[in-house]
Design a protein around this ligand. Sequence first.
Ligand SMILES: [Zn+2]
Length: 501
Amino acid sequence: MVATEPEYHRILSEPLRSWISDSADYSTPVGLLACQRNPLLRKNTAFVISSTLSAPPPPPKGKQNKKSVIAPTLPTGVPVLEVILSDTVLFPEGGGQPTDTGIFRTQDGSVWPVLKVLRQGGTAVHYVQHVGDQTPEEALQKYFAAGVKIEVELDNGGWERRTDHMTLHTSQHLLSALLDTKLQLPTLSWSLTSSGPCYVEIPRGMTTEEILMIQNEANRLVFEGTKVHIEVQELDRTAIAPVEKTENGRAVGRGLPEDYTGGVHRVVHIAGVDINPCCGTHLPSLNNLQLFILPHTDALSRSATTVARLYFLAGPRLINHLTSTHNSLASTAALLSCGLPQVPERVAQVVDDRKSVTKRSEDLELELAKFIATEISSEMDKTSPGGLFRKHVHRLDDSPSALAFLTAIASALADLAAKSSLKQSYILVLSSSPSSPALTGTNVVLVLGSDDARVKIVGDGLKSTLGVKGGGKGSRWSGKLVGTWKAKEDAVVEEILEKVS
Ligand SMILES: [Zn+2]
């Protein structure tokens, strides 16, 4: 494991040294915790200061905010113990950085999952899952009585989580500092998302050139292994400048939380780049950070103001992101039987091909509709000159727009009528069903005729006898029927047509 250099954590006011507790008398305030003094430390031994049974959390009200998505939710129905220690390597949620998770090892060797750590006033409170056969009250007595020694540890999962958070939090400080100094773009807020790219919110969008310039500058500082250190002194709230606001009144960053009572003023320095008050755990060096900025900004409109989001990735999360995007690209390339670099060109080709196939199929449909209409019209001329021509035509069609095809036939018939090659009185039912009948299949029906009243009679008949849902106006009536279309349905249609006079 990499050790944090002694000059990483600098105590500027002497009294603070005695605030760091290594006894059972008091707890180290948030601001001076072991995780904040040495972010690479994975284990510490501590004394229990106090412990209590946690009251079950109230059910979440309304919409969950972003923080509650990131924070691990406490299991319901499992007793949870709240434990305050003399010191801890587990970071309590704060400054935009989510809580650590880890374990406690009690003196009998048993392991207790620490589900989350929260800051209450100036104190870190561990939420510990109750394990073992004894009651939670017995556990508090036996393992977590004041003065008892326990081991605190960032276990493998907890360390992985912390590494991710540290990498991204330090990256954010670096990114925000460069945006501010190089482009005068203040960071309005930022989000350490639970997965995928994180983002900073800035007052305007950025050009690709600007993004590249910031990324190059960041990675130059990474390459040089720029050092990070922490300075702490006693907090004097009156000496702290209030949070700045943009022209639009939007707060720039976040100030010291109102409810913080730890009394420590903690400032994170990135050598020559940034000085920023923050409680987070920060890497001692930018070495190996490798910041990657997604090459675009997303504009967000919020009531009166517009802000933009700039997404970034670093560390293990960057590798994971690249792996998953590479895998999507590789599987797309496999589907297209081409190499990765050819994917955009091949996709463009597929889209073009699809457009021309759709166009051709539309043209053919139109041609076919005319052909069917001509057939019907010539049959009409031959079979019932002077009388009423009644016909039902049923088709199989798997197109999602089967009704559009029936409508095309109807329009072709109307064209023939307009050219007066069709003088006959007629009433037609055109229906269409999927090629493989299914109970959930949708059948479509179109009624058309030379006389509006007859069309209405047939439409009403289909509604009342077959349960077709539909309606119409004038010479056309259309509807839908869910289920299988069988010989029985055909017979009913014939019967309805027969009755029309
Ligand atoms: Zn910070």
